[in-house]
Design a protein around this ligand. Structure first.
Ligand SMILES: CC(C)(COP(=O)(O)OP(=O)(O)OC[C@H]1O[C@@H](n2cnc3c(N)ncnc32)[C@H](O)[C@@H]1OP(=O)(O)O)[C@@H](O)C(=O)NCCC(=O)NCCS
Length: 107
């Protein structure tokens, strides 16, 4: 889990994660605070994280599950050439049923 800071001011922007790292299919996660949406910071952070993962971990593919309606998030794996591998339903921690898609990103 990494903290994302703005380069020039070190302002907190959000967090990103790769977990668990001792499997062949780690999962990527990203959260940017609302006031900083629209600047592609999420994409930039995931690019940097994948660069680190490619240099430091052995893996088969990276999993990126996302709510089907979350277009800004879906654009991140798609920009790596990631493809939807499966669709499924999941209840989140607030008890809402989500329609999810899982992207797989290869090295
Ligand atoms: C998902 C998230 C990280 C994306 O952040 P980001 O990379 O900074 O993305 P941006 O807000 O700059 O938008 C990225 C792209 O989505 C597009 N987009 C944004 N809102 C959109 C909308 N409502 N409809 C269509 N496209 C939209 C932008 O135009 C941009 O496209 P482009 O790169 O082709 O120009 C951020 O929205 C977030 O943290 N959301 C809350 C947590 C979350 O959903 N995490 C992901 C869980 S899987």
């Amino acid at each position: 889990m990494l903290v994302i800071l703005k380069k020039n001011t070190l302002e907190f922007l959000g967090i990103c994660s790769v977990d668990p790292i001792d499997t062949e299919t780690p999962e990527l996660g990203i959260w940017i605070k609302k006031s900083d949406h629209g600047n592609s910071f999420g994409r930039e952070a995931i690019y940097a994280l994948k660069d680190w993962v490619d240099k430091n971990l052995e893996y088969k593919y990276l999993s990126y599950p996302v709510d089907k309606r979350n277009i800004p998030s879906r654009k991140i794996p798609e920009s790596f050439g990631g493809k939807v591998f499966r669709e499924f339903q999941q209840t989140n921690k607030s008890g809402n049923l989500l329609n999810e898609v899982e992207y797989r990103i290869y090295k």
